[in-house]
Design a protein around this ligand. Structure first.
Ligand code: MG
Length: 275
């Protein structure tokens, strides 16, 4: 099932995507509440809405976002960092989440080094605490595509940790909808890609992750209770802007598109806020 949060004729609703149409779900609250309460998304008898006439939003605003650093060997290498022997965990504020088509914005007095990171996003479906790797996938609700947009100057030169550079408003494009777990046979074999203005920047596969999705869920759950509607960002492959020679960063007017095979793509324009 593909679950969307969408607007149509001024109303924001939850729906399921069926081909070129959206069927509205009989649920008036948010996607996060739908997941938390274990509601089965059943369609209403309302007429199907053409997908092309609806605006898709971020499918959910997660409760917390647990993000993983350097989870692909070639990305660790391009940043000049050693391979981690355990997952590197950092936080990204949920207030950074935007949807497909929304602008990624920043002020140049805050950052001039805005970078892209395509990632497979894992949405948690059930409370998970100290779960084993063998059981971990039972706690997955579904998957999205995320762009872990990063202000490299804040991350690397100004702060000694990553929270601010990862959490600016608009720095977590998410979508295009949630694909439920049953539709993804193997999350460790999905092509992941980023383009900036149609130029391919990242082109890899989730099979190159150092720590698998099930390992990340089990490992995180030893320390934090994972709640339904929380999200794990599983790390990005090589090809980020700071790893290029010379480095390349996003500019006003750019369009950045991230995609994960079997899930979809999320495209966002970039806009520098005038000061
Ligand atoms: Mg990342």
């Amino acid at each position: 099932m593909k679950l969307t949060t969408f607007s149509y004729r001024g109303r924001t609703r939850i729906g399921t995507i069926e081909g070129d149409s959206i069927r509205t779900v009989a649920w008036q609250d948010s996607m996060r509440q739908l997941i938390r309460r274990g509601i089965r998304p059943s369609p209403t008898y309302e007429r199907a809405i053409p997908l092309a006439d609806a605006q898709l939003h971020a499918p959910l605003i997660p409760g917390k976002i647990i993000a993983i650093g350097r989870n692909y060997a070639e990305h660790a290498a391009e940043t000049g960092s050693p391979l981690p022997d355990k997952p590197i965990i950092f936080a990204k504020f949920p207030s950074s989440v935007i949807g497909p088509g929304d602008a990624i914005t920043w002020r140049e007095s805050i950052t001039t080094e805005v970078d892209w990171e395509v990632e497979l996003a894992v949405i948690i479906g059930q409370r998970a605490r100290e779960v084993s790797e063998e059981d971990a996938m039972n706690y997955v609700y579904g998957y999205c595509v995320a762009n872990d947009v990063t202000a490299r100057d804040l991350q690397q030169k100004i702060d000694a940790q990553w929270t601010r550079g990862k959490s600016l408003d608009t720095f977590c494009p998410l979508g295009p909808y949630i694909v439920t777990r049953d539709e993804i046979a193997d999350p460790q074999n999905l092509a992941v890609k980023t383009t900036v203005n149609d130029e391919v920047m990242q082109d890899s596969n989730t099979k190159h992750m150092i720590f698998s999705v099930k390992h990340l869920i089990s490992y995180s759950s030893q320390m934090f209770t994972l709640e339904p509607g929380d999200m794990i960002l599983t790390g990005t492959p090589d090809g980020v802007g700071m790893g290029r020679k010379p480095p390349v960063f996003l500019k006003d007017g750019d369009t950045v598109t991230v995609s994960v095979e079997g899930i979809g793509e999320v495209s966002n324009p970039c806009k520098v806020i005038a000061e």
